[in-house]
Design a protein around this ligand. Structure first.
Ligand code: ADP
Ligand code: TRP
Length: 331
C-alpha cells in the first residue's frame, strides 16, 4: 500500500477532463492505497477570486467529489486551507526554490503570455505549493492528467533537494500516476486543445451540465469538412471526438463510427448525436447525486471537519519532524 495525494483547484465546476484525467483514478485508488484528496483552494488565489465565489466553488467541488463516489470514510477528503501546515512547508521549500527553474516551468510561461497583467509570486511558486501538498503526507503516487507532469518533476526536485541539503532521506520522490499506460489528456470540443474550465466554457462538458446543455455543446463541436475518399487519416477535430467517444461510449459504438469514417460513409451529425447521448447517460446520474449532496450543508460540514482532522494528524507529524531536521529545536 502506498500513499496517494491529489487535488483539484476550485475554479468553477468539475469537467470530463478532470474526471477522466484525475477523479476516475481516485475512485479506484481509494480502495487500494492510503489516499488524501483535497480541494486546492490556496492555489486558486492566484486568480484573485471574490470571497463568495471562492466559497461557492469549494462547496461545488466537494459536492462533486462525493457525487463521483469518493468515500470520506475510506479516503481522507479535505480542504487545503484547513491545513495551514501546507503553507508552512511551502515557505520552507521556497527558500530552496530558484527563480531560474521556476521561470522555466511551462504552465508559468503560459500564464505570462495569457495574463501579463497578473504575473504574481503565487503563480511563480505554484509548483512549490503543489510539492508541499504532496510531500506533506509523504505521497509516492499522484493521480493527475498529463498537463501536471512537469509539476511532478518539480516536486521530485524539491523533495530531493531538501534531502541533499539536510543530509537525510526524509522525503520520498512522488510520481504521476494513471491506471492506464499513459497519463490522460481529454480534448475539448473546439477542434484542438485540452478540455479546460479556464478557456471557453462551451468547449467543456461539466458534471453539473443539464442534458440539453450537453446536447447543444456537442452538436456545436468543431468537425472538418469531410472527405468522400475512404481510408483518410483522422483530422484533429474528428480524432478528438473519437477520443471522447472512447471515454463514454460502448466499444461497438466507437467501432461503428471508426468503420464509417474509414468507408467515408460517416455523417458527423450522427456521430455528434450519439456522443451527446452517451455523455448524457454518463453525466446525468452523477448530476442527480450532486444536486442532492449540494443542498445538504450539514453533511458537507461534517465531511470537511472529519477530513481536516484526519489530514491534520499526518501533516502535523511531518511539520514537527521537518522543523527538527531544519534545526528549529527546543533549548
Ligand atoms: P483545469 O485545467 O480545468 O483548470 P485543474 O487544473 O484544476 O483543471 O485540474 C485538476 C486535475 O484535472 C489535474 O489532475 C489535471 O491534470 C486534470 N485535468 C484537467 N484538465 C484535463 C484534461 N483535459 N485531460 C486530462 N486531465 C485533465
Ligand atoms: N496543480 C493541480 C492542477 O491544477 C492541482 C493540484 C494542486 C494538485 N496541488 C496538487 C494535484 C497536488 C496533485 C497533487 O491541476
Amino acid at each position: 500500500m502506498e500513499t496517494v495525494v491529489s487535488g483539484i483547484r476550485p475554479t468553477g465546476k468539475v469537467h470530463l477532463g478532470n474526471y477522466f484525467g484525475a477523479v476516475k483514478n481516485f475512485l479506484q485508488m481509494q480502495h487500494e492505497h492510503h489516499c488524501f484528496f483535497f480541494i486546492a483552494d490556496y492555489h486558486s488565489l492566484t486568480t484573485h477570486p471574490h470571497p463568495a465565489d471562492l466559497h461557492a466553488s469549494v462547496k461545488q467541488v466537494l459536492s462533486e467529489y462525493l457525487a463521483c463516489g469518493l468515500d470520506p470514510n475510506v479516503c481522507t477528503l479535505y480542504l487545503q486551507s484547513d491545513l495551514p501546515e501546507t503553507a508552512e512547508l511551502y515557505m520552507f521549500l521556497n527558500m530552496n526554490a530558484y527563480m531560474g527553474e521556476l521561470e522555466r516551468v511551462s504552465s508559468f510561461k503560459d500564464k505570462v503570455r495569457t495574463q501579463p497583467d497578473n504575473v504574481n509570486a503565487g503563480l511563480l511558486t505554484y509548483p512549490v505549493l503543489m510539492a508541499a501538498d504532496i510531500i506533506l503526507h509523504h505521497a509516492t503516487k499522484v493521480p493527475v492528467g498529463k498537463d501536471q507532469e512537469q509539476h511532478l518533476e518539480m516536486a521530485r526536485t524539491f523533495a530531493g533537494r531538501f534531502n541533499r541539503i539536510y543530509e537525510t532521506e526524509y522525503f520520498q520522490e512522488p510520481h504521476a500516476f494513471n491506471y492506464g499506460k499513459e497519463l490522460v489528456k481529454v480534448p475539448g470540443l473546439g477542434g484542438k486543445g485540452k478540455m479546460s474550465k479556464s478557456e471557453n466554457e462551451n468547449l467543456a462538458i461539466f458534471l453539473a451540465d443539464e442534458d440539453d446543455a450537453i446536447h447543444k455543446k456537442v452538436m456545436r463541436a468543431v468537425t472538418d469538412t469531410g472527405s468522400a475518399e475512404p481510408n483518410q487519416p483522422l483530422s484533429e477535430p474528428i480524432q478528438n471526438l473519437f477520443d471522447l467517444m472512447a471515454l463514454v461510449s460502448r466499444e461497438d459504438t466507437l467501432n461503428h463510427f471508426t468503420d464509417a469514417h474509414a468507408n467515408a460513409t460517416i455523417r458527423y451529425g450522427d456521430l455528434k448525436k450519439q456522443l451527446a447521448e452517451d455523455m448524457v447517460t454518463f453525466v446525468s446520474p452523477i448530476r442527480q447525486k450532486l444536486q442532492a449532496i449540494h443542498k445538504d450543508n450539514e453533511l458537507l460540514a461534517k465531511i470537511a471537519k472529519q477530513g481536516a482532522e484526519k489530514a491534520h494528524d499526518s501533516a502535523a507529524k511531518t511539520i514537527r519532524e521537518v522543523r527538527e531536521i531544519i534545526g528549529f529545536r527546543k533549548f
